[in-house]
Design a protein around this ligand. Structure first.
Ligand SMILES: [Mn+2]
Length: 424
């Protein structure tokens, strides 16, 4: 479904006056509002192909209808989001759920919607129909060399699909681990995994990056072979300069200080990418910013500080992606909310008075340090984000537009009420 530009302009028109008032109010307090707006406009968050359908728990799945039936429709859905917010200009594919029939066709379709192919994601956490060997007891860690080879070959295959689409990174998330004490020899599991990752690493094209994502638990509940940022950093350090650690917000134990992890990985030049979501208990995959917005702000604060310290480009030097699942919301509405939450928080982090914060830190002025952070966090940056969107030709209120245009109803009409997107 295409969203015509004039429709967006038509929708924006009656909202302009109110928006201008709010924007002028916040802009009056800012030093270089143009530079800030440019950073916001440049910042793009990749949408994963598996977030476009209604996800599920092991208890059930309640589809909302109109889900994309194939890769083309997934690209269309992300194109739709991008037309509304101009901040979702990338798609992250999962193999084998999204094997393109015709890569050049998919690439051309994505380009039509101004979308790039972000990181490719491999899958050795499930057995696929017809697969020779099982991943029941792990993939890259497996005691059987044949299983490890199958997992390596799959990842190399994923790289090939990525090359054809113009992607430049591979994300490896392994569910490898053990459910019971004694099941694994930890050292051997690590060494097998490292050896497997090295074989994949050797197949990376020149410009490519490899992201090693960690997760504390689930589906294994006793040990995970890439279980935390220390283990991921160990692998990526041994692998080489094209290997980076990927942080998924939901993959930590409760109350982990993720912002500190981010700061240190950036310091080491080993933070590669980010998966956004939110959670209350574990890997809940809830809408970004819906549960712990202050934590998200503190993380963004470290991201901005750490990237600026290394003169990194905020928009392009790290891979930004949403990794979420939707049980009760329309996935597209949820993704609009998630992207909005990311942009609002990024804008807040850009407002932190770094000079004053450094002074406060040097003077051990704990109260002032807290005041500075919370001053930025409590600033309503929505008008800044909306202004950046407006200037990029997007909607002032993407969610309102989505609803008033009855986009889900139109998708159901077009695709049917019973469609189920591939994925989890
Ligand atoms: Mn993830």
């Amino acid at each position: 479904m295409n969203i015509e530009r004039y429709k967006i302009e038509q929708h924006n028109r009656p909202l302009l006056k109110e928006h201008q008032r709010k924007f002028d109010f916040i802009a009056a307090d800012l030093n270089d509002v143009e530079a800030l707006l440019k950073k916001l406009a440049d910042f793009q968050v990749a949408i994963p192909s598996w977030a476009l359908g209604t996800g599920a728990t092991r208890f059930g799945r309640f589809s909302g209808g109109g889900e994309p039936r194939n890769l083309e429709e997934k690209i269309e859905d992300i194109g739709l989001l991008h037309a509304l917010n101009k901040s979702s200009g990338a798609i992250s594919l999962h193999i084998p759920w999204d094997i393109p029939d015709n890569a050049s066709h998919s690439k051309a379709l994505a380009a039509q919607y101004d979308l790039k192919f972000d990181a490719m994601n491999s899958n050795t956490f499930q057995d696929q129909p017809g697969q020779k060997l099982s991943y029941k007891f792990g993939s890259m860690q497996h005691v059987d060399k044949g299983v490890r080879k199958q997992a390596v070959d799959h990842n190399i295959e994923v790289i090939k699909h990525g090359v054809a689409l113009g992607s430049q990174s591979l994300t490896v998330w392994l569910s490898d681990g053990s459910c019971f004490p004694g099941q694994l020899n930890f050292r051997k599991a690590f060494q097998n995994t490292l050896e497997s990752l090295q074989e994949v690493y050797a197949a990376l094209p020149e410009q490519w990056k490899m992201f090693v994502e960690y997760k504390a638990f689930e589906p294994n509940f006793y040990s995970t072979t890439v279980g935390d940022w220390g283990q991921s950093l160990l692998y990526t350090s041994k692998l080489g300069s094209k290997a980076y650690t990927l942080v998924d917000l939901g993959h930590h134990l409760a109350n982990t200080n993720i912002e500190q992890i981010v700061a240190l990985l950036l310091m080491e030049g080993k933070l590669g990418g980010f998966h956004f979501n939110d959670s209350k208990y574990g890997d809940d995959d809830l809408t970004v910013g819906s549960i712990k917005p202050y934590q998200l702000f503190l993380i963004f604060n470290e991201l901005v500080e750490g990237m600026d310290a290394k003169a990194m480009n905020h928009a392009t030097d790290l891979g930004w992606m949403i990794d979420a699942s939707h049980n009760v919301k329309d996935p597209l509405e949820d993704l609009l909310q998630s992207v909005e939450a990311i942009m609002i928080t990024y804008a807040q982090a850009l407002l932190v008075d770094r000079k004053k914060l450094t002074e406060a830190q040097i003077n051990n002025d704990v109260v002032t340090a807290q005041e500075i952070l919370q001053q930025a966090f409590r600033t309503d940056t929505r008008a800044l984000v909306a202004e950046a969107r407006l200037r990029s030709g997007a909607s002032l209120q993407p969610l309102t537009f989505y609803r008033s245009e009855k986009i889900r109803d139109r998708l159901i009409k077009e695709r049917g009420a019973e469609t189920v997107a591939t994925g989890l």
